[in-house]
Design a protein around this ligand. Structure first.
Ligand SMILES: [Fe+2]
Ligand SMILES: [Fe+2]
Length: 256
């Protein structure tokens, strides 16, 4: 069995460890029709991003002596914690409540606690895929530049997390069962997303079919080369080159 080349990811995780949380203005204004579904969606993802510290402890047992794997896993989960804090700031700036008892996200966390390390990584990989689609959707369509800047930055980090997951499963030889399980987990996570966030998708003019297509594309994308990773990391504003936008081509034309 191959060993994951964790050191490939180490410099970026380390250099990103102390990036300050994104600044968010005290108050954000979005079209009124968008505000409630947007807050609901951000709360769901905030709860999903909230750290699962025990996976880091489990990573020690699965590291096969690879200290870089343990370090990158710790920094990976810490980045998710920062995403949760940033989403919380967005929610508060939009006038939303402070809460983490979101049903879908709670179910997601309970599943993670019940399963073994590799399956946990699969669930996390599926969450990365749906997260990328969600954050890019907001960045492309919500007419609120400060909010778009925050979610673009998060999306960029989720891409790196997905590449990290791909490298992990590649190190296991991508057994057929893992591929099928990832596709199934991604399909289930996407179905939960389009059902839970149907109000948001409706306001943004994005169809369920587009979301399913995009998550499938990400799920089946080949593992990135080091050169592609470097290119992606150098894109300062968090945009990822060549990615298609979903739904309407521009931001919403709605009065605020
Ligand atoms: Fe995240
Ligand atoms: Fe992530």
């Amino acid at each position: 069995m191959k060993t994951m080349n964790s050191s490939r990811f180490l410099p970026t995780f380390v250099s990103n460890e102390h990036r300050p949380d994104s600044q968010v203005p005290a108050s954000l204004v979005v079209p009124e029709a968008l505000r409630a579904p947007l807050i609901d969606a951000l709360l769901t993802f905030q709860a999903g991003e909230t750290g699962e510290g025990r996976i880091v402890a489990e990573a020690v047992r699965h590291a096969r002596g690879d200290a870089d794997f343990v370090t990158t896993m710790r920094l990976y989960i810490a980045e998710e914690g920062r995403h949760a804090r940033e989403l919380g700031k967005l929610v508060r700036a939009l006038g939303g409540p402070v809460r983490t008892d979101v049903r879908t996200a709670n179910a997601f966390r309970q599943v993670r606690r019940l399963i073994g390390f590799r399956t946990k990584m699969l669930v996390l990989a599926a969450a990365e895929i749906v997260g990328i689609v969600f954050y890019e959707l907001l960045a492309d369509h919500v007419p609120c530049p400060p909010l778009c800047a925050v979610v673009r930055r998060i999306a960029k980090e989720e891409y790196r997390h997905l590449h990290y997951q791909q490298a992990y499963f590649a190190s296991l030889g991508w057994p057929l069962g893992a591929r099928l399980a990832l596709e199934a987990a991604t399909l289930a996570a996407t179905a939960a997303f389009v059902w839970d966030q149907r109000a948001l998708l409706g306001v943004l003019g994005v169809s369920s079919r587009q979301v399913f297509q995009r998550t499938r594309d990400l799920c089946t994308a080949p593992e990135s080369s080091d050169a592609e990773l470097a290119t992606m990391q150098s894109i300062g504003n968090g945009e990822v080159a060549g990615r298609p936008a979903l739904g309407r081509s521009a931001t919403l034309n709605m009065s605020v």
